[in-house]
Design a protein around this ligand. Structure first.
Ligand SMILES: [Zn+2]
Length: 293
């Protein structure tokens, strides 16, 4: 059976809704600002309005809906509580979407979805062990180990944004001090510098890369990974100075022989990765993915 996927990437700043074919072509898409919704139902209503609009004009009818959403969540998105979307707390996202759309809905963490996409069509394509991460409004991650996406006991494996990189540092939304997300996310950079990440200076970029490198080094050593691919508007916006700083920082924290050669690179799919990841979550659930893995 073939057919397209209605893909929804739900982030802290924007929501990307698209129609994606089984081979990963983005056929149509529309972006919504996550912004000031009165409550969880209002936010869901706007997502559904756009989804129905795209579905109605699609030449290749979606047979499944795939969703990438910020964590944490219960496995499969039966209940989601994205740290950056306060109007959704224990929100029954998967059921509500399925009832409204009338097609199968598969939900996973947005950074895990990104890892799937990068392994399918991006920088992780020829790798069976890698970390994919997003440095954007928040910081998230997904891990592919021995060719399989790690889920964890409750589906939340890969939350690299909550590794402590600065003991006693800034208070994180999770309550702990010094998490990577509290030190290096777009939200953190704005709070520290008083400017949006897009206006950050060289020292701010260096510091962000330094923090990311510390966290990645721990994961690389723990899981014997050779590659970390990084997406997200902050990291990709900073570009080469960020990646150089992150790699320098990581190298300083790697001592064992098997970690030599580990590298942090920009995501291969750029800004399309999260939407393609959401699509992969849906296409895999429907068993209709075309291409490797
Ligand atoms: Zn935290």
């Amino acid at each position: 059976m073939t057919g397209s996927c209605l893909a929804i990437d739900i982030g802290g700043t924007k929501i990307d809704v698209g129609v994606v074919s089984a081979d990963g072509s983005i056929l149509d898409r529309q972006v919504i600002a996550t912004g000031a919704h009165e409550d969880g139902d209002a936010l869901l209503g706007e997502i559904l309005a756009v989804a129905e609009h795209l579905r109605a004009r699609s030449s290749e009818a979606p047979i499944v809906c795939g969703v990438g959403c910020g964590g944490p969540m219960e496995r499969g998105g039966s209940s989601v509580s994205p740290l950056n979307i306060p109007v959704w707390r224990s929100f029954p996202l998967a059921d509500r979407l399925e009832q409204a759309l009338g097609i199968r809905v598969a939900v996973d963490n947005d950074a895990k979805a990104l890892a799937l996409a990068e392994g399918w069509l991006g920088a992780g394509r020829d790798h069976s062990c890698f970390l994919a991460m997003v440095v954007s409004t928040g910081v998230g991650g997904g891990i592919v180990l021995d060719g399989r996406l790690l889920d964890g006991a409750r589906g939340n494996a890969g939350h690299i944004g909550h590794l402590v990189v600065e003991p006693g540092g800034r208070r994180c939304a999770c309550g702990v001090r010094g998490c990577l997300e509290a030190e290096a996310s777009g939200t953190a950079i704005r709070a520290i510098t008083g400017k949006p990440a897009a206006d950050a200076g060289p020292a701010d970029i260096e510091r962000c890369g330094d923090m990311v490198g510390r966290a990645v080094a721990s994961v690389v050593t723990l899981l014997d990974l050779g590659l970390c691919v990084v997406a997200g508007s902050v990291a990709l916006g900073f570009g080469e100075p960020f990646f150089m700083a992150a790699n320098r920082s990581m190298s300083r924290s790697l001592g064992l022989d098997f970690t030599a050669g580990a590298i942090i690179v920009p995501a291969g799919l750029g800004g399309d990765g999260p939407l393609l990841g959401a699509a992969k979550v849906g296409l895999d659930a429907a068993g209709t993915t075309v291409g490797p893995r």
